[in-house]
Design a protein around this ligand. Sequence first.
Ligand SMILES: [Zn+2]
Ligand SMILES: [Zn+2]
Length: 294
Amino acid sequence: MLLGRAALSQQKKPTRIILLGTKGGPRVGEIGRSNPSTLLLINGVPYVVDCGYGTSKQLLNAGIALNQVRYIFITHHHSDHNLELGPLFYNAWITGLPVTVDAYGPPGVANMIRDFFNYQKFDIDTRIEDEGRKDPRTLLTAHEFDKPGMVMANDDVKVGSFLVRHPPIKHSYAYRFDAWDRSVVISGDTAYVPELATFAKGADVLVHEIMYLPAIEALLKRLPNATRLREHLMAAHTLPEDVGKIAAQAEVKTLVLSHFVPGDDASITDEMWAEGVRKHFKGRIVVGRDLLEI
Ligand SMILES: [Zn+2]
Ligand SMILES: [Zn+2]
């Protein structure tokens, strides 16, 4: 029997977005924003996009039991996006993982998982033998892709990827989740790519990275490799005005700022992050913070 959207909505749970970590970069802070990760709950099932350090802890803080995690997506292989890929799965396994986990991402995901299991071989083998646990190596499957396109689909969601610009990394992707009730695009790390607007066209929510130049320049003043670092940052991240342009061109309903660079400068207010964006985007702007739900 075919069900209409209204009938479906009585059976399926609404899609939820929870920002787990909103600070760009791998440095771990004592306080403030956690390293990058975004959670989508689609019909009650957790989809984790990127696994910066602290992702397991932030999932727990968001009220998600780790053994509920079913899907993991990696945007690219900077460590602020993948450092906890193996450990997150391990933490789920040790919680009592009931089902398999599928991990999607650019080439390197399978190796990383294999290397992690090797890194923890002693512990894993001991616990299988000693505690009668299932072999975790049979429960986590890597799915790699080396060009943009459809990543996966099930009854609740279709997931697609788009190649963004994050030099020197060749494989850096944005993801689009067209869930049964809502569409969500996550930019990953990227410089300004006008074509991202086409990929994000009409999405309900666009989660986009952002870099605040004045704070970066103040930081750079103190560093000997300032010129080189400035070039890298400018080529690899997006300024507020350009984030606004993408959101406006894509005609998204809500723009969520996350992956703040720098993410640990408390002197940058929400208004300062949003100001440049607003010059171009007239829709709803959410300045992200950890554990905020959209
Ligand atoms: Zn990053
Ligand atoms: Zn990056």
